[in-house]
Write a protein that binds this ligand. Structure first.
Ligand SMILES: O=C(CO)COP(=O)(O)O
Length: 254
């Protein structure tokens, strides 16, 4: 029996859309979103689009998120985004540890852990991404690898914090490739992540933390993925860029 955690359907726009496109997208979806208590919806946009996203989403069910931030609130860190300012602007969630940031921008588990702490210190919630490469999966080491990421990234976080955050399992080989992990593969890893949280904290925390799957989620496969016991949401790239596709994902229960 699936424990009831509020499902969370989130778009990660990556480096796509400008402020005008952001406003147009939100205007196209905002009156047709599910009630927050039924399915939580969220768009995570590039930092330069956040003022437009926040303005357009005002008064609607849509939550607003950033794709990244720094772990310091202020100082001499040219080019970085302050978590303090994101909170002041009205941001709810911040994605951390996406494989693109780990890979292209050399973010370490230590950086990601500091970011998680900074996000909580600023009253927002992290969406912590984890996931293995194809090479690691083929070597039979996927679970061990992801467990290592989770342990390092959650280091020093309280039970209450972890209960309120989101973890996104995104196998690198399924991102933007059209190659989805099967719903069973996704479920297997999400269950392993929940068990890691239970081992690090306790069953209550593990029952509360929401775990998303990400990697080629689309309207055609979202229902099956969301039917799995340990999957509480989707973190969606490509299929979250078009309003009609995002609405179909958000209404996967209908
Ligand atoms: O990386 C992802 C979301 O963070 C997944 O991207 P796609 O849905 O385009 O595969």
């Amino acid at each position: 029996m699936k424990i009831m955690r509020t499902p969370i359907i989130a778009g990660n726009w990556k480096l796509n859309k400008n402020p005008q496109e952001t406003t147009e997208f939100v205007n196209a979806i905002k009156n047709d979103l599910p009630k927050n208590t039924d399915v939580e919806t969220l768009i995570c946009a590039p930092a330069v689009d956040l003022p437009a996203l926040i303005e357009a989403a005002k008064g609607s069910e849509l939550h607003v998120g950033a794709e990244n931030c720094y772990f310091e609130d202020e100082g001499a860190y040219t080019g970085e985004t302050s978590p303090k300012v994101l909170n002041e602007m009205g941001i709810d969630y911040v994605i951390i540890g996406h494989s693109e940031r780990r890979g292209y921008f050399h973010e370490t588990d230590e950086d990601i852990n500091k970011k998680a702490k900074a996000i909580f210190a600023n009253n927002m919630k992290p969406i912590l991404c984890c996931g293995e490469s194809l090479e690691t999966r083929e070597a039979g080491k996927a679970e061990e690898f992801v467990e290592g990421q989770i342990k390092a990234d959650l280091e020093g976080l309280s039970a209450d914090q972890v209960s309120n955050m989101v973890i996104a399992y995104e196998p690198i080989w399924a991102i933007g490739t059209g190659k989805t992990a099967t719903a069973d593969q996704a479920e297997e890893m999400c269950a392993a992540i929940r068990k890691t949280v239970a081992d690090l904290y306790d069953e209550t925390v593990a029952d509360k933390v929401r775990i998303q799957y990400g990697g080629s989620v689309k309207p055609a496969n979202v229902k099956e993925i969301m039917s799995k016991e340990n999957i509480d949401g989707g973190l969606i790239g490509g299929a979250a860029l078009q309003p009609d596709s995002f609405l179909q994902l958000a209404h996967y229960k209908d």
